[in-house]
Design a protein around this ligand. Structure first.
Ligand SMILES: [Zn+2]
Length: 238
């Protein structure tokens, strides 16, 4: 398990597929970052309107509900700004058009650190298939960050909108197939749970959810009782 070596305050942009992905994948890490004075923003590719919710089967109604749940959960972790990219839930595909939109977003926001999820992670724990939107979101972000965000030759029409190349210093991929970085987030684990409880349309009966999370905790717990969240962390050479 590693600790972070960041000296200055960072601007961090978390780009993921669905409302609740930031909290499930790296909620404790986000809480630790905002507590340390870093600025974290979300960009979510869909509104999660096809997520599981027996009581809210109308996609438009569920989309609005999930936006407000996400705003509340983000606030628990110290995050206020959320950009919604309005792609249809369940049908994310990395295209040149989506790459261009993400290049424009990253150039506009100019984050030091970009966070998404690992596009190579198909299966987990022998019991779970990763959602195709998660893999697609990761692929879209990885392909935007390199080479197009930092290279004026790509999508030159963006230059006319003032969206000049930007150098991202690190890319963090949550839900990694093969982690190379594990962050100790023990002090923020409870905050992650509180944020997840905001996603009431997704978690079912709260007590059952908490019991299920207890199982998940064991996977995240080291023998000495610490909790961690795992990443593939890529630190670009200057
Ligand atoms: Zn998701």
């Amino acid at each position: 398990m590693q600790n972070l070596d960041w000296v200055n305050n960072k601007k961090i942009l978390v780009i993921l597929a669905h409302p609740d992905d930031p909290e499930f994948f790296l909620g404790a890490t986000i809480a630790s970052w905002t507590a340390a004075g870093h600025t974290v923003e979300y960009a979510l590719l869909t509104h999660g309107e096809n997520g599981v919710s027996p009581e809210h089967s109308e996609p438009k109604v569920l989309a609005r509900l999930r936006e407000s749940e996400q705003q509340e959960a983000a606030a628990v972790l110290g995050v206020r700004d959320i950009t919604w990219l309005d792609y249809p839930d369940g049908y994310l595909v990395p295209t040149l058009d989506s790459r261009k939109r993400l290049v424009a977003l990253i150039r506009a926001k100019k984050p030091d650190i970009v966070v998404s999820c690992d596009p190579t992670n198909y299966y987990m724990h022998g019991t779970y298939l990763n959602h195709p939107d998660h893999r697609a979101a990761g692929q879209m972000v990885v392909d935007a960050v390199f080479p197009a965000v930092g290279n004026p030759a790509f999508f030159p029409e963006l230059l006319e909108e003032g969206l000049t190349p930007h150098a991202v210093s690190e890319l963090w991929l949550s839900l990694p197939a093969k982690p190379n970085f594990q962050l100790d987030v023990t002090s923020y684990w409870e905050r992650r749970t509180q944020a997840l409880l905001c996603h009431a349309s997704q978690i079912g009966e709260p007590q059952e959810f908490l019991a299920h999370q207890e199982q998940r905790r064991i996977e995240n717990q080291t023998p000495d009782g610490r909790y961690c969240e795992a990443f593939q962390r890529i630190q670009f050479r200057k």
